[in-house]
Write a protein that binds this ligand. Structure first.
Ligand code: DQA
Length: 146
């Protein structure tokens, strides 16, 4: 059976490519989803990519992932720094969780240095631009490989 990975993006990431391109680059969220789907196909992982500006929607997707996904790659956007509810949802997920940040959050404002999600994440990638999603996916594939 093909493994499924959820790629969940949080608030404002729908504006990727338009929003502060000097920080987040020029690729759009659709570009990220497409390159992960292409890579996923070569790695034998089916990708379900999603984005929401709403915390509850992200939590609902994490609950859905409990039923069908082997891994979650999540960029929670600013909810990274605020959301105990997303952390709790991820704590209820048994598979692999990777946290991705496009920017190098530790080089930025102090409020971006703390992540609730990191208390659950099995790995964290920050500052690799949108390539970070693909790196996380490659690592997920090697973990899932028999
Ligand atoms: C981000 C970093 C967060 O601090 C910020 O609020 C975002 C994007 C990143 O991908 O670098 O929205 O998660």
């Amino acid at each position: 059976m093909t493994a499924i990975a959820y790629i969940i993006n949080g608030p404002n990431l729908n504006l990727l490519g338009q929003r502060e391109p000097q920080i987040y680059g020029h690729e759009t969220i659709e570009d990220v989803a497409a390159s992960c789907e292409t890579l996923g196909a070569t790695l034998g992982i089916k990708i379900k990519a999603m984005q929401s500006n709403h915390e509850g929607q992200i939590i609902d997707w994490i609950h859905e992932a409990r039923l069908e996904a082997a891994g979650i790659i999540i960029n929670p956007g600013a909810f990274t720094h605020t959301s105990i509810a997303i952390l709790d949802a991820l704590n209820a997920f048994d598979g692999t969780v990777f946290e991705v940040h496009i920017s190098q959050v530790h080089k930025r404002e102090a409020f971006r240095h703390h992540s609730y999600v990191s208390l659950r994440a099995d790995g964290v990638i920050a500052g690799f631009g949108t390539e970070g999603y693909e790196l996380a996916l490659r690592r997920l594939a090697s973990i899932l490989a028999p």
